[in-house]
Design a protein around this ligand. Structure first.
Ligand code: HPA
Length: 278
């Protein structure tokens, strides 16, 4: 399947039919983190099912609606839940919402996710600002920018040395310092999932310089950067990754969602501060 500009435009038309607000920031809320969208003021809610072409998440903890409203006086378009590659969606479908944001005129995106902590200093409930990533999914040939390139959107060969916007990271770190919130900065490794990693994989990821691991975000960063958008991304560390066999623990989705509940208030504070600064 290949989307054309008309496909993105159909989604844009539906969104514009439902609201005249012009969003300036796109927010993608990951597993267990959707609660932030409930704080938007004067919000309009659009179920993904109503938007032509929009992929729907089947995962518990992803509610599947677009929420458009004000946060800190700025119009924000928040995706409450996202579709994942491991659900069987093509990369193009997974990143369809980012392209729609581009055609809506959104120039900045803030991506969030639940991630496992690999860095030994990271604890469950911590936050990590991405300053870089390692894209395992892309390395094995699953990259949303593969296929015909639409030069009117962005370049065929995209430079990746400035993926996560320095100004937005500085703003996030300032809010964290002012509000006394622990905020790590590190490298996110993107794997396809849906299984969690083996202990050997965790030790490998640590060796190659990854600080956290997850199953999303990077594809969205690629498509957003391709379209020239500024990107910030933040992980909520929902579990400490298990790096040895035969321990009496196992990673599971429930702990990921439980940790999300304690992460949302601090993540909300940081994102509000960043949005205020835009
Ligand atoms: N691994 C991959 N993805 C995740 C994890 C993890 O440990 N926790 C939350 N998302």
């Amino acid at each position: 399947m290949t989307y054309t500009q008309q496909d993105y435009e159909k989604a844009v038309v539906l969104i514009r039919e439902r609201t005249s607000l012009q969003p300036i920031v796109g927010l993608v809320l990951g597993s267990g983190l959707g609660g932030l969208a409930d704080t938007l003021q004067d919000r309009v809610v659009i179920p993904y099912a109503d938007i032509p072409g929009w992929p729907r998440s089947t995962v518990v903890g992803h509610s599947g609606q677009l929420v458009i409203g004000y946060l800190e006086g700025k119009v924000v378009l928040a995706q409450q839940g996202r579709a994942h590659f491991y659900e069987g969606y093509a990369m193009e479908q997974v990143t369809f919402p980012i392209r729609v944001m581009h055609f809506l005129g959104v120039r900045k995106v803030i991506l969030t996710n639940a991630a496992g902590g690999i860095n030994k200093a990271y604890r469950t409930g911590d936050l990590m600002l991405l300053n870089d990533h390692i894209n395992f999914v892309g390395m094995v040939g699953n990259n949303p920018l593969m296929g015909a390139n639409d030069e009117s959107i962005g370049p065929r060969f995209l430079g990746m040395a400035h993926t996560y916007d320095a100004d937005m990271r500085t703003a996030a770190k300032k809010v964290a310092a002012d509000e006394n919130i622990k905020l790590h900065e590190g490298v996110y490794a993107c794997l396809s999932g849906p299984n969690f990693e083996t202990p050997a994989e965790i030790r490998m990821l640590r060796t190659i310089g990854a600080d956290a691991v997850g199953m999303s975000t990077v594809h969205e960063s690629l498509v957003a950067r391709h379209a020239g958008m500024s990107v910030m991304a933040c992980s909520g560390i929902t579990n400490e990754c298990i790096d040895a066999v035969d321990t009496d623990t196992e990673t599971n989705h429930e702990e990921v969602l439980d940790a999300g509940k304690v992460i949302v208030p601090r993540l909300t504070t940081i994102l509000k501060g960043v949005i205020r600064s835009l």
